[in-house]
Design a protein around this ligand. Structure first.
Ligand code: SF4
Length: 225
């Protein structure tokens, strides 16, 4: 139902305003940013990212040249397990040099299935992360779903979400495939659904009373809230 989704996105945009990605859209830089905070959140990753950029640098050779102790110290303000994240950053830097001569964008120019396979070799990247990278890097206009709130799209369009995360993600992706297959439409949807999942349509205890789309939400109408 492309018309229904379009109306919902319009209402969300009116409520939250236009959204922008809080992360670097370059695929290699995104991988570095992702390990700058834990548990990963826009706020923690961005904080760690700023410090890493100032203290060490974010290029593959800069990360490989830094000692583990220095990297760990730079990553500490981003949250838990900085020593694990420091090792992962070195793995990311080494792999991007080894697999694609320091330029991950070049490595992603192959068929989408090969690009996905390459991305999934990096630590912390499964299908949802690969979808997001391919979309925001402008590699393929995939119907990416925010990995921390795939339930949002299901609740709005169908009602209660399945218990299984993988099923919920894939079903939400099917709904989003109704949108035009272009980067602008699909990244806009991703960002608005992500914001809505963070602010009101939380996994537990959604704040339906404050929700701007409650009248069109399948879960809300079923619950008779
Ligand atoms: S009405 Fe409730 S369940 Fe539906 S989208 Fe809004 S917050 Fe989520």
């Amino acid at each position: 139902m492309p018309g229904a989704i379009a109306k919902i996105l319009e209402a969300l945009e009116e409520f939250y305003g236009e959204q922008e990605a809080a992360w670097p859209t370059d695929p290699y830089l995104y991988l570095v940013w992702l390990h700058c905070g834990y548990p990963a959140s826009d706020e923690r990753c961005s904080r760690g990212w700023q410090i890493l950029r100032n203290v060490v640098g974010v290029k593959p050779d800069q990360i490989l040249a830094a000692s583990l102790a220095k990297l760990t110290k730079a990553l500490t303000p981003g949250g838990m397990v900085p020593e694990v994240r420091a090792k992962r950053l070195k793995e990311v830097a080494a792999r991007v040099i080894e697999e694609c001569g320091s330029d991950l964008r070049v490595g992603l120019q192959n068929a989408p299935s090969a690009a996905r396979k390459l991305l999934k070799k990096f630590p912390g990247i499964a299908d949802p992360g690969a979808d997001r990278i391919l979309l925001f890097a402008g590699v393929a206009p995939i119907a990416a779903v925010p990995s921390n709130c795939p339930h949002v799209m299901i609740r709005i369009m169908r009602g209660p979400e399945p218990k299984d995360y993988g099923v919920t993600y894939r079903e939400a992706q099917k709904e989003l495939q109704a949108l035009p297959e272009n980067f602008a439409a699909r990244s806009r949807a991703f960002l608005l659904l992500k914001r809505h999942g963070q602010e009101l349509c939380k996994r537990t205890k959604p704040r339906c009373g404050q929700c701007p789309i409650r009248e069109s939400c399948a879960l809300n109408s079923r619950a008779g809230i």
